[in-house]
Design a protein around this ligand. Structure first.
Ligand code: AAL
Length: 425
């Protein structure tokens, strides 16, 4: 480690004046004072000098600044072609895409699709739903799939996993799928609702279906593959966003649970991510004793990165809008702070399931926008994002800039009703 020591020779001249006395000039006294000031050129390694907490932290990130931080990127968005949304009237939604996989030169994605006669009436009105009227945007859904040659123009294929017959788990809705490739077979994990979302909360277990081909047919493999927590535990009634990767020869499946929420303390809503580990895709999976392993974020986005696992942590919690990294897939630390992050990000990864010991990251993926409708949040669309979170790609001019300037309108859209809020602050 380089040691930076700056010895300042400070010549201090004492001028003595005394009234009435003949003016005398003292000899200049040279006082040698040893001090250390942070240098103008950022050192490659942490200097051995006293530093403030913020300066110390500078040396804990994967780069000295965002320009050389492989876990920092801006995000650029592109509308997808090929999906019809019935003129945005709220009766068709596509959301929560799986990570794309590439098989025989074609990308495949799986996603939640709702096609209902009316838009959702909201979680709070869940008791008023029928077999035709959805509560939330992800109520009364099936899992569909689409393929693409370029990741921009998609061709919707068919239902991959349909709602099973009542009373099987998922009869009300199947949603929020993600994929695993394990020993040549394909596994889809998804939320299986047996009641309208919102009735007791966003209550659902996770099911898995498997197939020999990405085109299916899919066979139901198991229900409740991620065990709920016991009553009183953080994940007592929600296991959302199942998100498997292969790490250290095992299936590491991250999932989300919202706690502090229904029915009584909604306003203190918190999100945690847990980890279950297994070596059979149909289970059993064992919960990590340190769960939740992440206490910010929303939908799960985890990927093998270098020797460890990185996570894109959006939306909720004190550490929202950050990229995080851990050597062990369990103990995450902030690697960078982000803006305009993709919601429900599903990156295209070439090494999510290869048991790599040096993850490479990604340059694009899919995400969703939940407020695509003109009049509110009645339907979602899937979109594409591009970024530079890959060890094999560098485009600092586009992706490593610290600021993206938005037009004033973007800010004014977040209006503040001065009258309604009675401006006295
Ligand atoms: C999301 C996900 C889960 C929730 C709902 C649908 O985007 O976190 O899937 O249940 O919202």
């Amino acid at each position: 480690m380089k040691i930076f020591r700056f010895v300042l020779h400070i010549p201090i001249v004492f001028l003595l004046f005394s009234c009435g006395e003949p003016e005398t000039k003292s000899e200049p006294v040279s006082v040698e004072k040893t001090t250390a000031v942070f240098p103008h050129k950022t050192p490659d390694e942490k200097p051995n000098i006293p530093m403030s907490a913020a300066t110390e932290r500078m040396f804990g990130y994967p780069g000295k600044g965002i320009h050389d931080n492989e876990l920092f990127s801006q995000f650029k968005y592109t509308r997808l072609k090929g999906f019809d949304y019935n003129n945005g009237d709220g009766t068709v939604t596509r959301r929560d895409p799986s990570r794309p996989i590439k098989v025989d030169g074609k990308y495949y994605i799986y996603y939640t699709k709702r096609q209902t006669t009316v838009p959702p009436i909201g979680a709070r009105n869940a008791s008023k739903t029928t077999d035709e009227i959805p509560s939330t945007d992800w109520d009364l859904c099936d899992i569909w799939y689409a393929t693409s040659e370029d990741g921009i123009t998609w061709e919707e294929q068919d239902i991959a996993v349909a709602r099973p017959k009542k009373p099987n788990s998922g009869w009300r809705s199947v949603a929020t799928p993600d994929i695993l490739i394990w020993k040549g077979k394909y596994y889809l994990y998804y939320q299986a609702f047996s009641e309208p979302s919102g009735l007791r909360g966003d209550w659902c277990p996770v099911s898995v279906s498997y197939a020999d081909s990405p085109d299916g047919p899919w066979t139901h493999g198991a229900s409740e593959v991620i065990p709920f927590g016991k009553k009183g535990e953080w994940d007592q009634d929600a296991t959302h966003d199942p998100h498997p990767i292969v790490f250290k020869g095992k299936i590491y499946m991250y999932y989300k649970a919202a706690f502090n929420k229904w029915p009584d303390i909604r306003d203190q809503y918190a999100v945690g991510h847990g980890l279950v580990i297994g070596d059979d895709p149909l289970g059993p999976f064992e919960k990590h004793p340190l769960n939740p392993v992440m206490t910010s974020g929303h939908e799960t986005t985890y990927f093998p990165f270098k020797e460890g696992v990185a996570a894109l942590t959006i939306r909720d919690g004190n550490e929202r809008e950050t990229m995080q990294y851990s050597e062990d897939g369990v103990n995450f630390r902030i690697a960078s702070s982000l803006s305009l992050t993709p919601t429900a990000a599903a990156p295209y990864l070439t090494d999510a399931f290869t048991n790599t010991n040096y993850g490479k990251g990604f340059t694009w993926g899919l995400c969703h926008f939940v407020n695509a409708g003109e009049a509110g949040e009645q339907h979602s669309i899937i979109a594409r994002f591009d970024c530079d979170l890959s060890l094999e790609y560098d485009n600092p001019q586009v992706f490593k800039k610290s600021t993206v300037w938005h037009k004033p309108d973007v800010f004014f859209q977040q209006g503040f009703d001065q009258e309604k809020n009675n401006t006295e602050k």
